[in-house]
Design a protein around this ligand. Sequence first.
Ligand code: ADP
Ligand code: MG
Length: 701
Amino acid sequence: MNANLLQTPIDYLKGVGPNRAELLRKELGIHTYQDLINFFPNRYIDKTRFYKINELQQNTAEVQVVGKIINIKTVDQKRGSRMVAEFIDDSGKMELVWFRGQKWIRENIKINTPYVIFGKTNWFNGMFNMPHPEMELLEEHQKNLRTAMQPVYPSTEKLTKAGITNRVINKLMQQLFIETGGRFYDTLSKDIKEELKLISRAEAMFNIHFPKSQELLARAQFRLKFEELFYIQLQLLIKNMIHKQKIKGFVFEQVGENFGEFYQEHLPFELTGAQKRVVKEIRSDLGSGAQMNRLLQGDVGSGKTIVALMSMLIALDNGFQACLMAPTEILSVQHYNGLVELCKELKTSIYLLTGSSKTSKRREIHEKLENGEINILIGTHALLEDKVKFKNLGLAIIDEQHRFGVAQRSKLWQKNHLPPHILVMTATPIPRTLAMSLYGDLDVSVIDELPPGRQEIKTVHRYDSNRLKVFKFIRDEIQKGRQIYIVYPLIQESATMDYKDLMDGYESIAREFPMPEYQISIVHGQMKPTDKEFEMQRFVKGETQIMVATTVIEVGVNVPNASVMIIESAERFGLSQLHQLRGRVGRGAEQSYCILMTSHKLSSDAKTRLETMVSTSDGFEIAEVDLKLRGPGDLMGTQQSGVLNLKIADIVQDNQILKSARFYAKKLLAEDPEMKLPENKMIGYTFEQLGVHKNIWNYIS
Ligand code: ADP
Ligand code: MG
């Protein structure tokens, strides 16, 4: 079909006047015929199926049942009355309920006569009931046989008020199929369609709006989901390809003095197999001539820091500078101390720059950075300031990437005439499906192995009512020389209230663990960085046994002697946060514990989160559960949720289709990257159209 016809403004469709057109544009984003065609129902009412009463499920949305009323009575209630009918079939009994229109019901409803009823059911008093059912005599029903499933389109209040009901949308859709003849050109190659047994696009479009059967609906959905995911993958892969071809990077040819000496003589431990593999991947990127854009995923404690250091040493060996950016002051300081220690035998100059660096120090850093005296700069967002200019930045590493936005990433790029190589490290494992959709254009390395000798952290869930036992446990552990974290939630919107929780908690802990026998540190977001650092250091040095804190300690803090993590109001934390917090312990040789404290009131999601934490410590498994509970948009934050604004596919539920779409997109690009072969022409054309009309989001910078 003529593609231009589909670009016709929606105003021209018969049945759409200027008012309706305006509403369709504003409320549903429908500007053209094409947009309307791509406006998919979000559910279907299946009037092809009849349920028996004993088959009803508590969650069944809308159902159709055949049976008869055996009696009707009026029941008085607080305000007015309701009418209740007993309705039976050969499998059981349910009730029909009316709150309005009782006179009409009484005068028109026939007792002991077969009816088809349709509506939503509720479970009440040990029985199903259906309020205000649609009813039709079975005899009538059989005369006007309805075979089709009825689509239900998403709607808005404004649309409903303006009379654009589901029926109207249905009519418009029919009109659209009439005007266009329903002949939509195909957008996938014959090969793909044959291998996956896909129905044609025209057939899929027809059946998504007017399903002829359950089976055809399923096939239509499959085909359209595949298509949507296929084009997203194609975009991501092409972006990656162009990136590799066009964006030249510094070539780090040699592995020299720094790397060599460190690797031969100063490695504090043997690298795990996973660390070795990842270092190799990075080395090969750095030598390839293209700019590296790599995501390094590795669970808390998997040993990303040493990989970061070795990558930076390669940059140094080739005459370049490197920087490492972390999201918090505490973490930057810790990285700085750790790396200085690791490099103490090397001739590298490492500096720290954070928001609280003194002016004189800043000046020194700015100067030495520009004349190349500094090899490695570590710090917070302060690194992004315009004044910070490198002589020749070759590699930028970003730790805990989910806290930095894309804009900040690209700011690092602008610090050079050529973009530096970029490595982003995250300890929040991103489920594979999500990584494929969001970061399909990044290369991904995974450290999926923990250093040897780590003990599993014992995780338990305790109710607040058991607090005394928990206190006793803390006392025993301190007796053994261990240190304890106690963490309170801090959620931005209610910062003052949470702050109070923290202070109340601190006071009760201080009462329970009095000085001078016990020493307690406290760290929270409203403290000055220097005070925070002071308190942290007391804990690091072992001067205090208990650290009371908010989630500011979530990221990176490393105190191997701390072996107990107590999380207060654990039901208020998300899974990835719980996992991060737990990762603060289990860093030394001792058996470590994580205790999740909650009240008795728990939502079912909260229960799932707690059960997940107790049953597994595998970050990827936890991430998958998190994705299922929260949905992708929420998981990645609003910033990136636009990416997941899919029309029909769901990257969690359709992850098999996603994998297959990625496979075929890769295959196509390997065989015919320009999409010029006759059989792939349609794909190339469609891809171009997507670019022009921006139907698929254009999100990663
Ligand atoms: P993360 O991936 O969370 O940043 P770190 O790099 O901080 O992990 O490493 C956690 C701890 O494990 C550190 O104390 C580090 O020295 C240690 N470590 C890292 N790799 C190894 C290894 N291969 N063998 C033994 N210990 C290691
Ligand atoms: Mg780390």
